[in-house]
Write a protein that binds this ligand. Structure first.
Ligand code: F6R
Length: 590
């Protein structure tokens, strides 16, 4: 939530334009407003440009300068207004502050500052940071003032401060991500790598409790507790610029849906050793608990079915409902935390609680250098590459595929599992390549474009598939799509079905196929328009989107239909499929 991006020593003295372009790459982190502060070359006053709305095609006419700091906002405290947009200045207008997180004690701090006659302009928690630094810098260095201020803040936060006098950017991290990029005599600070990937892949991910000071002389890393300098050891990422570009596609979402043809089979060529080690632990009697939020939570539920098929009783607990069950976790529990970003607040809270109970943590995570990676005892990196669209697609299928491989490894069938996932990649490639298939989805999207309610049913593995399918429709098109276990239907839900109500039936060639078809018949008898997402035909289906028959893995294409349908419905209804309203890519607040 919220994107931070700053540069020191912009090579063309166009720091504001560079920051604007980088912020566009971070827009997925929040798109309520954006703003940039710059120290102009030809002036000794900070200049700020900030506006509500998406940064998309925005331009800025800020003057030339080599140092600038910018922000994309996902509003927490204070409405979506130009004034509440970051950066925020202190009373002297010599400090510009941007922030990702929530300052839980901002009211107390503000009351004290008001007593000292500080003038507040916005309703944000962030503005108190600027004024507190101003206060503290009266009798100490700006660096110490920033460090001290940051240590006063409660909550999970990352801040970045542009100091006009020293032309320095100072940033601190506790709970919200920050990464620095070391370019050719240019230095970058960002919430995520895509902002500066065009310039460098030499990076350092800050840990909680670390701070950096960036200026003409270079970058210094500090430990916030001791305020002592630390050695900075950067790493080279294997990410390519294309990963953070649309590459000819209209939206990141559709690009990432198609990238699954490579990212799913890629899971068979990474993690083998780690998967074997974890599988051995499970075989030796460790309990398996899977947790995550949203799409990642549906992944845990689908994985629970995969594990059950291999004789393992895994628990799936959404991270935001973890606490009541944490008492059952002990030293002989493996807690799998599933996350694209590795920064989701509820997931991290669940993990910290599980750690307290002595559990071993396995992070099944896509983003690199995340808090979750650092908290975990073992990392299963899912390797889907940067996922820029807010709606998760390729990270989800890679996580699911990784957990499928693990489940097969527990049953000593890892090699067969690998072959099945490789085959899945091949079959999906042929299936998705057929234009006829995409035309079918587009036709269906046109038919359903004006609907406001849809219902979905599935049983066993296709139950979590319906949850994920429905979420894609809701997020991307804003149509109310409600998923149910097929068996739930008769217990109340069937009242909602009327003549013409779209009802999706997700099915596979499995042992529950006939039961699902009976449920479809019940929906049909109430007048529902039955849309089968399935490898087989049936008289119950009014419309069929035929998916490849892949046994247990049929849920992958079944879910991909939901991703594509959500995408085309969203485009057709005028929504922005990359940036659904009210959402942000990484949910770093509770
Ligand atoms: C849905 C979606 C969200 C995330 C959830 C967890 O498309 O993206 O439901 O899955 O916010 O995020 P991560 O995976 O980053 O922990």
């Amino acid at each position: 939530m919220c994107g931070i991006y700053g540069i020191i020593n912009d090579k063309n003295n166009q720091a504001a334009q560079t920051v604007l372009e980088g912020l566009k790459k971070l827009e997925y982190r929040g798109y309520d407003s954006w703003g940039i502060a710059i120290k102009p070359l030809a002036s000794d006053t900070l200049r700020v440009d900030k506006h509500i709305g998406k940064i998309g095609e925005a331009k800025t006419n800020l003057p030339p300068g080599s140092t600038a700091l910018g922000h994309t906002r996902w509003a927490t405290h204070g409405g979506v207004t130009d004034i509440n947009a970051h950066p925020h200045l202190d009373c002297t207008k010599k400090l510009a502050v941007i922030h990702n997180g929530i300052v839980e004690n901002y009211q107390e701090i503000k009351e004290e500052l008001l007593k000292n006659n500080h003038q507040f302009i916005s309703e944000t928690d962030t503005e108190v940071i600027a004024h507190l630094i101003e206060d503290k810098s009266k009798n100490k260095s700006i660096i110490q003032a920033v460090f001290e201020t940051f240590k006063t803040l409660r909550g999970s936060n990352a801040i970045a401060v542009l100091d006009l006098n020293s032309q320095t950017i100072i940033a601190c991290r506790n709970g919200s991500p920050l990464v620095i990029g070391l370019g050719n005599n240019q230095y970058f600070l960002a919430s995520d790598v895509p902002a500066f990937l065009k310039e460098t892949n030499k990076v350092y991910f800050l840990n909680d409790g670390e701070a950096v000071v960036l200026n003409n002389a270079g970058i210094k890393l500090f430990d916030l507790e001791t305020e002592k300098e630390k050695i900075l050891s950067p790493q080279i990422l294997d990410w390519k610029l294309e990963d953070a570009e649309k590459g000819g596609y209209t939206h990141f979402l559709i690009k990432e849906i198609y990238e699954q043809l490579k990212s799913i089979p890629k899971t068979t060529s990474i993690n083998e050793k780690t998967i074997t080690e974890i599988a051995n632990k499970i075989k030796s009697g460790y309990k398996v608990v899977l947790t995550g939020c949203g799409t990642a939570s549906y992944c845990t539920l689908a994985a629970k079915y995969f594990f059950a098929k291999q004789g393992i009783d895994a628990q799936s607990i959404p991270a935001y409902e973890f606490m009541p069950f944490s008492k059952f976790i002990d030293q002989k529990t493996l807690v799998f935390a599933i996350s694209q970003s590795g920064e989701t607040a509820d997931t991290l809270i669940a993990v910290r609680q599980a750690k307290k109970r002595g559990a071993e943590i396995v992070a099944v995570v896509n983003a690199r250098g995340s808090t979750l990676e650092r908290l975990a005892d073992t990392v299963l990196s899912v390797g889907a590459g940067p996922e820029i669209a807010v709606v998760s697609t390729k990270a989800f299928t890679s996580q699911l595929s990784t957990l499928y491989l693990l489940a097969t490894a527990v049953a000593d069938r890892y090699e067969q599992g690998k072959e099945k996932i490789k085959n899945l990649g091949k079959v999906l490639t042929i299936w998705l390549d057929k234009k006829i298939f995409e035309t079918q989805i587009i036709d269906l999207a046109k038919k359903l474009m004006d609907e406001e309610h849809m219902y979905l049913i599935g049983k066993h593995l296709n139950y979590p598939a319906t949850l994920e399918f429905a979420l894609k429709i809701k997020e991307t098109s804003y149509i109310h799509a409600e998923p149910f276990a097929a068996g739930e239907l008769k217990h109340g839900v069937i009242t909602l079905i009327q003549k013409g109500t779209p009802c999706f039936v997700l099915a596979s060639q499995d042992e529950v196929r006939d039961e699902v078809l009976s449920s479809a018949a019940e929906l049909k008898a109430r007048g529902g328009l039955i849309i089968g997402i399935s490898p087989f035909e049936s008289k119950e289906f009014d419309i069929l989107i035929k998916t490849p028959d892949l046994g247990d893995l049929t849920i992958f294409p079944n879910i991909i239909v939901g991703q594509l349908l959500g995408y085309y419905l969203g485009v057709g209804r005028g929504a922005d499929p990359d940036k659904p309203r009210n959402l942000a890519k990484s949910v770093t607040v509770k």
